[in-house]
Design a protein around this ligand. Structure first.
Ligand code: PEP
Ligand code: MG
Length: 325
């Protein structure tokens, strides 16, 4: 069956009633990325820069980072690439930058660390800007944002890096779009203000689920409680999309559920038109989306959101999917 999915990967993902859904890749390393899949995608929706950092013995230099980011931008032949600034901390330690904390998921992660170490953040932004050239399409994404000040400070550093490079290196330097991850729930109540500051949001449904439900995403004791299909989580995701439409903010989803058949269908029904996933999921999600109608999916979503539990939602989707695959 997987072969059958891959055979059709070059067809655009479009529902039977004509709604195009763009499908992107999540990546952190390029080795192992199949060119057939990369060519069948609409670009890279999440490039996790912490992965190449984790493989080093020390922080990579500006020129080392430029080389890595160039490869990424060129891997998808001019299609868009959303590159996320360093998201270490939490479950992603750097061997040469140990962080000891009792609650790492509530601790020094993502943008918090970058803003406390502007010397690292500026180098990373400078490297991204210089890697982006003629024929590549970079967007920059900021992880773990929990307030507007962090956005403003990060944008000031971004502007500094941009102006310095423009003056010193390339007067025609292009200016990438900037967005934030929506993964800390409080921002669900400040999207109007977020929209005034950035070009897009990318919903990190892994962390958003973890923080909405107060369940450690990696603790085996409570895995059964970690559930992106919890009807309350689904409502939050739908609400986020509705607000993005109201405030003119582009949105996408890059958490694991975007690459799961049930998740992709529900997200499409909510209105999300940009889904980013691991390469192993892309062909199947594409195949599936071309066999469903949006109208049907909307009814399914309505029913899902009224269920008692995530378990019941999964069961409903299992029955639906059994008729499609
Ligand atoms: C997420 O939180 O959903 C996400 C995509 O980011 P990460 O899994 O890298 O934390
Ligand atoms: Mg995350």
């Amino acid at each position: 069956l997987q072969r059958q999915y891959v055979q059709e990967i070059h067809l655009p993902a479009e529902t039977t009633d004509g709604q195009r859904i763009k499908l992107y890749l999540n990546a952190g390393l390029l080795s192992g990325l199949e060119s057939e899949i990369a060519d069948g995608s609409d670009g890279i929706g999440l490039y996790r820069t912490e992965i190449p950092f984790m493989l080093q013995q020390r922080f990579p230099s500006e020129s080392e980072q430029i080389a890595v980011y160039k490869q990424v931008l060129q891997a998808v032949n001019g299609r868009p690439v959303t590159m996320r600034s360093l998201d270490v901390g939490g479950d992603k330690p750097l061997p040469y930058f140990p962080i000891k904390e009792e609650n790492p998921f509530l601790g020094w992660r993502g943008i918090r660390l970058s803003l406390d170490h502007p010397e690292l953040f500026l180098v990373q932004i400078r490297a991204m800007l210089q890697a982006n050239g003629a024929g590549t399409q970079l967007s920059v994404l900021l992880p773990m944002v929990s307030n507007l000040e962090e956005i403003d400070h990060a944008l000031e550093y971004f502007e500094q890096a941009y102006q310095e490079l423009k003056a010193d290196v390339d007067p025609n330097l292009s200016r990438p779009r900037v967005g934030i991850m929506l993964e800390v729930p409080v921002l669900l109540f400040q999207l109007e203000e977020v929209a005034k500051r950035v070009d897009f949001i990318s919903v990190g449904s892994n962390d958003l689920t973890q923080y909405l439900l107060a369940v450690d995403r990696n603790n085996p004791r409570v895995t059964s409680l970690f559930d992106s299909y919890h009807p309350g989580v689904l409502r939050s995701l739908k609400n986020a999309h509705e607000q993005c439409v109201a405030y003119g903010l582009e949105s996408s989803v890059c958490g694991e559920m975007a690459g799961e058949p049930a998740g992709a269908l529900l997200l499409a029904a909510m209105g999300y038109r940009h889904l980013s996933m691991n390469q192993g999921s892309l062909a199947r999600i594409n195949y599936l989306l071309r066999r469903v109608s949006l109208e049907e999916l909307k009814a399914l979503l309505q029913e899902a959101m009224s269920k008692r539990s995530g378990q019941d939602v999964r069961e409903l989707l299992r029955e639906y999917l059994a008729q499609k695959d």
